[in-house]
Design a protein around this ligand. Sequence first.
Ligand SMILES: Cc1ncc(COP(=O)(O)O)c(C=O)c1O
Length: 446
Amino acid sequence: MPVPAHLHKFGGCVASRHAERLMKQESLCLHAGYAPKNGEPRVLPIAQSTTFRYTSTEEVARLFDLAQSGFFYTRLGNPTVDAVEQKIAALEGGVGALCTSSGQAASLISVLNVAKSGDHFVSSASIYGGTFNLFAVTLKRLGIEVTFIDQHASDEELDQAIRPNTKLVFGETLTNPSMDILDIERFAAFAHRHGIPLVVDNTFATPVLCRPFDFGADIVVHSTTKYLDGHAVQMGGVVVDSGNFDWQASGKFPELCEPDASYHGLVYTQAFGKAAFIAKARAQLMRDLGCCQTPQGAFYLNLGLETLPLRMAKHSQNAALVAEFLAAHPAVKSVKYPTLASYPDRKLTAKYLPKGCCGVISLELKGGREAGARFIDSLKLISLEVHVADIRTCVLHPASSTHRQLTDEQLAECGIAPGTIRLSVGLEHGDDILEDLRQALDPLSK
Ligand SMILES: Cc1ncc(COP(=O)(O)O)c(C=O)c1O
């Protein structure tokens, strides 16, 4: 069902923009979402206003009824944030997007938009520690249960995780920090044979290296705090809808297909057609949870997006070089990076990441946790940071930081050893990164 023209802003509908559909990623990064008219600012302006003025109560009532397009309160929509949402939707090849205050909020919304208390979902166990905790602990407290599965399990084993109340399947394109590649096509087929959507966290790959919708995923989420921003200046997240999932077919999603009592009895699939998922996420969950991106935050995110293709190519090139160096170093026990000959799933690398595999490398030193600490403490150029996917090379020990809440058993489920080190290769000259690694690693092999 086509989206009525006046509702495009609310649910989003970038795919209908003919010119943008024809543009390549590099051009979309610069031009999608904002096209200034004669005499208007060339650069996306910051609409630093929480609210918008109207001259008639009738018009404001129409806005609240979603019978007219327009901004009325920045929690629900803002011109700067809207432009960035359209840009990201265009990059992912989706019909609409919703920016959030962080990646955590995006993951939360992607689940809460289809699952309620009493429901269940399936997630790969190899995911970011914060998401693991959100799913295993906080959502459980809200009555939504998760089953974690090994993403290398057989189709039969995957099917066994499904229950009558299972509402979605979740995974990461490139897992943080174990650097496994999700077989998106296989997982989309798995979700679809049970009438439920596949949600993919595409934070590490970014739409420049992989577009999960091209392989059948239905919803994409990002921590935009990572590569999409890229400069470590702004927290953010985004939920993107492919517009391809049929919410009516299975009868499992009454919240999208039946009247919403909290919104004048609106039926999202009827009012918004292909853009129903984002319209509901915005009208219902963003309204109630309030985890919105700010106009200033969206402006920073937009600056980052403008150079995303250049950065991802260089991150990938530098990381491939560093991974080869590490793999040959005597102090290193193992290195996981999808371009290495030793990588277990090279077919997946070729299929999903032919343009590069981002800047993140997972490694373990021969001396385990203790050698890892000595290595990290003696780095000079490369900094120890609770961050990843920055333009500056940084390093972290997940077991004592991002994945600290997990037990050793849960760590193993996520593909993390106690001594695993996550190296995030930045945009410095490759020689300088290698030199710093060399001076920190050489003493360990003596
Ligand atoms: C893959 C992935 N998803 C989600 C998140 C959460 O994002 P944020 O820190 O922006 O809340 C992170 C954070 O590191 C991440 O790496």
